[in-house]
Design a protein around this ligand. Structure first.
Ligand SMILES: Cc1cc2nc3c(=O)[nH]c(=O)nc-3n(C[C@H](O)[C@H](O)[C@H](O)COP(=O)(O)OP(=O)(O)OC[C@H]3O[C@@H](n4cnc5c(N)ncnc54)[C@H](O)[C@@H]3O)c2cc1C
Length: 395
């Protein structure tokens, strides 16, 4: 039977980052993912690094740490281009909204986005439809290719001596309250610790062990336009709405009535879906446009692809009409969230040897410095960052 010091379950952005940082510290680590290709939420992500958006001392510190880490990381993952670059982000304000009122959402940001008039916004991004916006905010955003970055972490992890296995982790091996390893497609693999970083599926893995924590997920839908399909489009900026409804949806996860509904076993849609019209063009020219977010309690729930695609295109048409009707492919995925907007990092209460590294709201900014800290940390409760992210805070 193989034996490791640590097994990380899930090789999306978060699991791959954690595995890499742990291997860098010299640990013997096995990273397991169901898929050899980057999949899950990371596959369809926009890859935006909002290191301007911190609003508390903790998030400001993490934003500063991410800002310092990315250029370093690009060098450290040598040979793998994560396509890290600063980009102008335009946050568009709907035509019927007062920009001064919307600006209140941004006054506390560590780097305050600058309010632009309609003419200034169109000067920055000529594809914008002037008559449907009342202005925009501009801020410097970081941007990477999520798939390239995750592959880079995975490959750098292997170069450090880490092992990757592809397959489904069916269950955790357990003796009494102690986790002893995993069962991977019928094979038992032992380890001193298991780290769950399986994105939206982390919830199911915990539930199999009888653990209920406010680690939830949303169903996200977007349209992907290949670089060939987007050959005639050259966007100057990344474009997102200034008032993202997704944040309101996620904030409701902290409500006791919502938490109670997650605890019931049946599949339910807990609130109406929201649509945030955004368009992101990547360095290779391909485009992601979206996104619809739904809070539905089953991982197996499926949306109506045709209706969703039409709804996304209709909303995008109001902001970027030349992009809205490009041919493309609709996709849906699951995105992990937590009950209070902070990730769940550290020991799972009630079980020995089981750790969590999941539930990040904006992992491209937060998971990168936190993976480093996670790998270095011997006392989670005493760490000024990780001490605030312990799963035990919800007990
Ligand atoms: C459209 C869209 C845009 C986004 N834009 C941004 C953005 O701009 N900035 C930002 O910070 N975030 C963004 N996000 C969110 C971000 O992409 C996700 O939060 C992040 O990718 C999650 O990474 P993860 O590693 O936690 O989960 P995932 O990427 O979902 O990875 C989980 C992995 O676990 C594996 N797995 C699960 N169960 C098992 C099992 N039993 N056995 C083996 N393997 C298993 C899966 O195969 C998967 O690879 C966006 C998300 C979407 C959908």
């Amino acid at each position: 039977m193989d034996s490791y010091r640590l097994i990380v379950v899930g090789g999306g952005l978060c699991g791959a980052a954690a595995a890499y940082e742990l291997a860098k510290k010299g640990a013997s680590v096995l990273l397991v993912d169901e898929s050899a290709e980057v999949s899950g939420a990371t596959r369809y992500s926009y890859g935006g690094i909002a290191y301007w958006a911190g609003k508390t001392q903790l998030t400001n510190e993490l934003c500063a740490a991410a800002r310092a880490r990315y250029p370093q990381l690009s060098e450290e993952l040598l040979g793998y281009d994560i396509q890290f670059r600063p980009r102008s982000l335009l946050l568009t304000i709907d035509g019927d909204r007062n920009p001064v009122e919307v600006a209140r959402d941004y006054v506390c940001c560590v780097d305050k986005p600058q309010l632009l008039t309609v003419a200034e916004a169109v000067e920055r991004e000529p594809l914008l439809e002037a008559q449907n916006i009342s202005g925009a905010f501009e801020v410097e955003h970081g941007h990477v290719c999520p798939v390239a970055m995750t592959q880079a972490y995975r490959q750098a992890f292997e170069r450090l001596g880490g092992t990757i296995r592809i397959g489904l982790v069916e269950k955790l091996l357990r003796e009494g309250n102690a986790i002893k390893g995993i069962q991977l497609e019928g094979e038992a693999i032992e380890s001193k610790h298991v780290v769950i970083s399986a994105g939206a599926w982390s919830r199911e893995i915990l539930q199999q062990q009888g653990v209920e924590l406010p680690l939830y997920f949303s169903h996200a839908e977007m349209i992907e336009v290949s670089s060939a399909q987007a050959a005639d489009i050259q966007m100057q900026s990344l474009v997102m709405p200034a008032e993202q409804k997704r944040f309101g949806l996620e904030a409701q996860m902290g409500e006791a009535t919502v938490a109670a509904q997650w605890r019931q076993e049946e599949d339910k849609e807990l609130m109406p879906p929201v649509l945030d019209a955004g368009v992101i063009q990547f360095q290779d020219g391909h485009i992601a446009m979206g996104q619809i977010s739904r809070i539905q309690t089953s991982t197996a729930a499926r949306a109506n692809a045709e209706e969703s695609e039409a709804a996304i295109r209709e909303k995008v048409r109001r902001v970027l009409p030349k992009v809205a009707d490009l041919p493309g492919q609709w996709h849906s995925t699951l995105v992990a969230l937590s009950g209070d907007g902070l990730p769940l990092i550290g020991p799972v209460p009630g079980l020995e040897n089981l750790l969590l590294f999941s539930g990040f709201g904006s992992p491209f900014v937060y998971a990168v410095p936190l993976a480093q800290r996670f790998a270095q940390c011997s006392n989670f409760a005493k760490d000024p960052w990780l001490g605030k992210m312990l799963p035990a805070r919800f007990l």
